[in-house]
Design a protein around this ligand. Structure first.
Ligand code: SF4
Length: 313
């Protein structure tokens, strides 16, 4: 059965094994980040809309839970900015009624200046917003926001959310060589973090293929040095994924595995190792599926720093 809204479980350093729920159309986002691993933003907007039928999302999840799900989180994320979906709060309420698996939201944080968005996000257990710049110029250069957004609006929204939300906030800072890694910029980001008071700061860099060419990852040594500078709540999360073998996938159900891989590759580029780790497959088996997809023109590959990543066409 092909799922429209769910993907994974996907392994990540930030959430362990998480089942993704994708609630906005592909590349509908308030930002157009140079490092985006999906593509350039096709619909740049800050307008909240009912992008999907809440009942249909919850029905899909109910069916998946019925087949057995092993995941550390249900994460609302996917192909764009999830807070743009006006049904976000209802979706989280619905998830909470049918499972105890904690809910996480991966958001760029730009809409947190709105009270309704903060109220929706506060229904989750963990919120993972982003902050990649300490001043307006760098924000424009990296995140290329929708016209009416600014770095101060983002920071003020994050501060307001912190004051209202008792759950975990894990703030991601995406570091790009030549963009936001000099001493002055790190000092400004540190100042903003002190205002926001997240529970954790997680440093990431461009290890996967990016929307713009020539985006350089930061090496591990520099990431570690910046993590030290940002204090004890800061950790580096950029290296590859946790190795866990979930029991949620029946290996004989080849059709289900095939669809699960394709839905993962639609939302993010994955290496062979990511696919093996996420679905508990051996590399020979995963390669068999990838070869099958490539022969049928369903998947293409792209290399980044010596690692081959696969994406659905
Ligand atoms: S990285 Fe996230 S916030 Fe940035 S453009 Fe891509 S989907 Fe939007």
């Amino acid at each position: 059965m092909r799922e429209k809204y769910l993907f994974g479980p996907v392994p990540s350093r930030r959430l362990g094994l998480s089942l993704g729920v994708d609630i906005v159309p592909f590349k509908t986002c308030s930002l157009d980040c140079v490092y985006c691993q999906l593509a350039k933003t096709s619909e740049k907007t800050i307008e909240r809309k009912n992008y999907c039928d809440v009942g249909a999302v919850l029905d899909e999840l109910k069916k998946r839970l019925g087949r057995g799900l092993q995941a550390d989180f249900i994460s609302i994320s996917g192909s764009g900015e999830p807070t743009l979906n006006a049904g976000l709060g209802q979706i989280i309420d619905g998830i909470k009624k049918i499972t105890d698996v904690p809910v996480a939201i991966l958001t760029n944080g730009t809409l947190l200046y709105r009270q309704d968005v903060r109220a929706d996000c506060a229904k989750a257990d963990v919120v993972l917003p982003s902050l990649d710049a300490g001043d307006e110029q760098t924000y424009q250069k990296i995140n290329r926001p929708y016209l009416r957004l600014s770095i101060e609006k983002l920071i003020a929204g994050l501060c307001a959310f912190r004051n209202e939300f008792a759950g975990q906030i894990a703030l991601e800072v995406f570091l790009l060589e030549g963009f936001n890694t000099d001493t002055e910029q790190i000092g400004k980001i540190k100042g903003a973090i002190e205002r926001i008071r997240p529970d954790k700061i997680q440093l990431n860099t461009a290890t996967r293929p990016t929307a713009e060419a020539g985006i350089k990852r930061l090496d591990t040594q520099k990431l570690e040095a910046i993590a030290e500078e940002l204090g004890e709540k800061c950790e580096v999360v950029s290296s590859s994924c946790v190795v866990r073998v979930p029991s949620c996938v029946n290996r004989n159900a080849q059709y289900a595995v095939r669809n699960t891989i394709l839905s993962m590759l639609k939302r993010r580029p994955c290496s062979l190792n990511d696919i093996c780790t996420g679905l508990g497959l051996g590399s020979d088996e995963a390669l068999k599926y990838i070869t099958h997809f490539q022969q049928r023109g369903l998947v293409h590959s792209k290399e980044k720093d010596g690692i081959v990543f696969f994406r659905a066409n």
